[in-house]
Ligand binder design. Structure first.
Ligand SMILES: [Zn+2]
Length: 138
């Protein structure tokens, strides 16, 4: 059976090699849908309590991504500028497209779901604004 939970965060990012306006530092309101697969526990009647998803995965989103500046760790100018501004930084291994953010969360949440609940991460959907989304399968 599958279970899903939505989380929200706001973040800044930039795509330094983008030919258009996404080269500039700018922000989005993101929504993330986390889908997990597992068996229903016979005692609780649940795969996992939504409250646990909120307290563990939701906390990770708030602590690591919300109001962060998400940059490619190779983006030296972006990192220098964000540090001068005192920004909360999240550095990832590639330009922080929605696709890259989804892959980043697949890596993190696959481990967390397995360690915390012995559940398998199924997919991560990242919505950038209101009209577009990407989805990465685990
Ligand atoms: Zn953007």
């Amino acid at each position: 059976m599958k279970i899903a939970r939505w989380f929200k965060f706001c973040a800044a990012h930039r795509l330094p090699t983008h030919a258009g306006k996404c080269r500039s530092l700018h922000g989005h309101s993101y929504r993330v849908r986390v889908v997990l697969s597992g068996e229903v526990d016979s005692e609780s009647g649940m795969i996992v309590d939504f409250a646990e998803l909120d307290s563990d995965l939701g906390r990770y989103v708030q602590d690591s991504l919300d109001h962060a500046t998400i940059l490619d760790r190779a983006d030296a100018n972006g990192i220098e500028g964000a540090r001068l501004l005192g920004a909360k930084l999240l550095l990832i291994d590639e330009e922080p497209t929605s696709e890259a953010i989804a892959r980043f969360l697949v890596e993190r949440f696959s481990v967390l779901a397995k360690e915390l609940w012995r559940l398998r991460l199924d997919s991560i959907r990242v919505c950038e604004g209101e009209s577009g989304w990407v989805e990465a399968s685990a």
